[in-house]
Design a binder for this molecule. Structure first.
Ligand code: UFG
Length: 329
């Protein structure tokens, strides 16, 4: 099938492009390179530098490339920034996404795979998280993703759109061959910052909060390998054959890992100390977020290949050590 990957030059999108090709489909990429990297996509993959909200341009690509399924990864994803600049988030993550969906419906393309997030759950009362638990985002970023989830339900009913929305936990790691990986600017994620602190590329890591009600006092997260995430997007294709269906899946390993455990894994994998200072809690960080991914594991032909934090960090290290400046080389 011909798969349009919107945001295909970004971190998760670029890994998905590779997995789509490896599964025998034909990826086509749209990315305006606001955050993505042209070098993250192989030169032989059709690439369009357009905005996802440009309905005319997107409509033409849908027709010209005979697109069967659209995957959408292009979103702003800085939680803190979303609090300070909510309009930026509502316009890009909601309004532009609605433009993309309108372009799809106008051209009769009715299969959609959406990147959602565990941030739609807010601060959950119970763990692990199951898809049916209440969603109450505590920041505009999470709210924009939930808004799109809700729009998708309406479009399924009204227009027969078939969709899957994947609620990612903490995407981490890099392609096994180390040729593409995580390169955000600014970087805010724990694993790349810990690796860069270990190599001395960045200052010592700040460990945000040591007084959480968790076994070692630091936040628990569910780190899931970016290739495992990507494979779920392909495993869901058969489900989208039925018009008007919608699916929501948590994607995580189900293993809670603390910030201190991540630091230890980085030290073990790199063979270097991670210098860090203990800092106050970061605003908006829930103490624990980890998935019950039973629904994805049983409902899709999908299983997690990278089950432990060290194997995930090892792939990140392969990428970062070979590309200390990311895609800038
Ligand atoms: N952390 C530090 N120091 C840092 C960076 C992070 O201690 O310099 C801690 C955070 O406080 C958190 C953990 O490491 O406890 C993971 O933080 P990340 O920033 O790597 O990831 P988040 O869990 O904050 O973010 C992820 C996704 C977001 C999503 C969010 C939902 O990256 O897209 O989960 O809460 F919105």
């Amino acid at each position: 099938m011909n798969i349009l990957i919107v945001g295909g030059a970004g971190y998760i999108g670029s890994h998905c492009v590779r997995q789509v090709a490896a599964a025998g489909h034909r990826p086509v990429v749209i990315d305006n390179l606001a955050f993505g990297h042209r070098a993250a996509v192989a030169p032989d993959v059709p690439f369009y530098d357009v905005n996802l909200g440009d309905e005319a341009a997107v409509g033409k690509i849908l027709v010209d490339e005979k697109i069967d399924i659209v995957m959408h990864f292009a979103a702003f994803a800085y939680v803190g920034e979303s609090v300070h600049d909510p309009l930026k988030y509502y316009f890009n993550n909601v309004v532009a996404t609605l433009g993309l969906l309108r372009a799809m419906l106008a051209k009769g393309v009715k299969k959609f795979v959406f990147s959602s997030t565990c941030a739609t759950y807010g601060i959950p009362e119970k763990m692990p998280l199951v898809e049916t638990m209440p969603q109450a985002p505590i920041n505009p970023y999470g709210q924009t993703k939930l808004d799109v989830e809700n729009a998708l339900k309406s479009l399924a009913l009204a227009h027969g759109l078939s969709f899957a929305a994947f609620r990612y936990f903490n995407a981490a790691g890099a392609a096994e061959d180390g040729t593409i990986g995580e390169d955000h600017n600014p970087e805010t994620h724990l694993i790349p910052l810990a690796i860069d602190a270990a190599t001395g590329k960045r200052p010592p890591l700040q460990l945000f909060g040591t007084d959480y009600p968790t076994p070692d006092g630091t936040c628990l997260r569910d780190y899931v390998h970016v290739d495992d995430l990507s494979r779920a997007h392909i495993a869901v294709f058969p489900k989208l054959e039925t018009p008007g269906v919608g699916f929501f899946y948590n994607l995580g390993t189900g293993t809670p890992t603390s910030v201190r455990e991540v630091i230890k894994a980085v030290e073990k994998v790199t063979g270097k100390k991670v210098p860090y200072t203990e800092a106050p809690r970061r605003a908006g960080d829930p103490p624990a977020l980890y998935a019950d991914s039973t629904k994805a594991k049983t409902g899709l032909d999908w299983k997690v290949k990278y089950n432990d934090i060290e194997s995930i960090v090892a792939t990140a290290w392969k990428w970062h050590s070979a590309h200390p400046n990311g895609f800038g080389k």
